[in-house]
Write a protein that binds this ligand. Sequence first.
Ligand SMILES: [Zn+2]
Ligand SMILES: [Zn+2]
Ligand SMILES: [Zn+2]
Length: 240
Amino acid sequence: MSSRSTSYGKCFLCGETLAKNAVSRHLEKCIPAHESAQTAKGKPERLFHLRVEGYEASFYWLDLEIPARANLETLDDYLRAIWLECCGHLSAFEIAGQRYEVSLEGVDFPFYDERPKSMKSARLEKILSVGMTFLHEYDFGTTTTLNIKVVGERIGVLEGKGKVRLLARNYAPDYRCKVCGEPAEYLYTYEYPYGPYCEEHIEDKEEEACMPIVNSPRAGECGYTGPYDESLAFEEKQPA
Ligand SMILES: [Zn+2]
Ligand SMILES: [Zn+2]
Ligand SMILES: [Zn+2]
């Protein structure tokens, strides 16, 4: 996983396996090639192409397309659904020195010099431009931090249902059991870094610290066991 220098993932339009650094180039051709009859009928709008990756573990990555008129809450909702949500923790974006939080009702901000803005009132087109990078944090206790880059933009029709389109994402990292080297299914979180173990070798560990390995930078944190919406789960390994 982290020892491997190149991370590979799958294009969700054509199914091809791609190196992480070749995705943008591939999509420039693959998106137009997969325009459907539905696209031709839709009303074109400005769309941002975002690359999201784990801040600590950049071998977890997503390429997304989202309308520029969407707000930050739409993006936050999607990141929670596909990668983050365990028990309804708070989250925030940090963009060009400004903090945006999910819910500001009844909250005091004694620790901030400047009051955060609300995600809901922040439209992407007002705050993002191509080339910018920014951060997302989920859970201010056992925090999962994501790095997001605005890779590009285009005028087009967003395909598929929902407000965010998944273009590509990484294959499940190949974690191996610390004891036997077979594929690991669990992380033991009483060790740091969290130790990967197979079914057999996790047996003698403390049960409350055994977490399933899932394809997300939140694997092993708090109560995270994968997306609630199973259509967002992706546990395929890189084809040999
Ligand atoms: Zn493709
Ligand atoms: Zn939690
Ligand atoms: Zn083992």
